[in-house]
Design a binder for this molecule. Structure first.
Ligand code: AMP
Ligand code: FE
Ligand code: FE
Ligand code: ZN
Length: 278
């Protein structure tokens, strides 16, 4: 049997691994195919493709978009999207600009609460076009304003805390259309984290292709529940570890092992005429 991990991050967004280190660890974990799904960017895909080739792994290019469905924040994974698609490129760039201003806004809030952090310190740590709260958490730890990563979230960055600023979202229907128009397949990430399964049929009606049934934050019961829902709604069941490198303790790559048949079934859901890239 061959296995895939379809949800992975690198330092091109809020993961800590380079593409090369991630590919090496994926091979060591016994995986055959991996996808890169950095938040709001495809920047890491060319290097990840080369790194996978060097390790003898199959590669699926992807990204993780932030969307809204019925007032709920959801993450939509787009796989095999064409990184030259002008519409996708301009949307990703718009979201990256919003991420930068969100960091500036969060830093301003910290400053007004007596934490003298500079936005530049966060951008220096992030060193990518898709900065997010994890980079701010690292800056707070380095600056001595929090004991560790989780403490930074607990103290300042969690929803409702002093520095929290809501994240921009696109409409879920727009996210799915954007992915399809770029030749990709759209998958709802970690449905178990939303605690609202009622959104899944809505997203399916909007054209969703797959459901991330297996995820490191899903219990065995939750995974079985989502596999049943996927089957009922004719969504392809998928899975991934959502590894962020060392950002959250131990690396998760390979903790979820998706049979390759599911990757092939997902690939078959791409819009007709989409180029068959691997
Ligand atoms: P952002 O995209 O800037 O909203 O940041 C989201 C990232 O922060 C995701 O990778 C989450 O896993 C991480 N995150 C969100 N909440 C927490 C938390 N309470 N503790 C640790 N990490 C968190
Ligand atoms: Fe993340
Ligand atoms: Fe996510
Ligand atoms: Zn993720």
């Amino acid at each position: 049997m061959k296995f895939a991990d379809l949800h992975l991050h690198t330092h091109f967004s809020d993961g800590t691994f380079s593409p090369e280190e991630l590919a090496r660890r994926a091979r060591e974990a016994g995986l055959d195919v991996i996808a890169l799904t950095d938040h709001d960017t495809l920047d890491g895909c060319p290097r990840m493709r080369d790194a996978c080739a060097a390790e003898g792994l199959g590669f699926v290019p992807g990204t993780e978009l932030t969307a809204d469905t019925a007032g709920q924040e959801v993450h939509v994974l787009g796989y095999w999207v064409d990184d030259t698609s002008p519409a996708l490129k301009s949307e990703l760039e718009r979201f990256q600009r919003v991420r930068h201003s969100r960091i500036e806004e969060m830093v301003a809030r910290l400053n007004s609460h007596g934490v003298p952090l500079r936005a530049e310190a966060v951008f220096e740590i992030a060193q990518c076009n898709s900065p997010g709260r994890p980079h701010l958490a690292r800056a707070l730890v380095e600056g001595g304003f929090a004991n560790d990563f989780d403490h930074a979230f607990d103290r300042f960055l969690k929803k409702g805390r002093a520095a929290w600023v809501p994240k921009a979202r696109m409409k879920s229907a727009d996210a799915i259309r954007l992915i399809h128009d770029a030749g990709g397949a759209a998958v709802l990430a970690h449905p178990g984290l939303y605690r609202n399964d009622g959104i899944i049929p809505r997203l399916a009606a909007e054209g969703l292709d797959g459901l991330e049934c297996w995820h490191t934050k899903h219990s065995a019961e939750a995974s079985a529940n989502y596999a049943r829902i996927a089957s009922e709604l004719t969504l392809v069941p998928t899975g991934g570890s959502d590894c962020h490198g060392m950002a959250k303790g131990q690396p998760l790559v390979g903790r979820v092992r998706l049979p390759l048949e599911c990757v092939e079934a997902l690939q078959a859901r791409r819009p007709a005429g989409a180029a068959m890239v691997s």
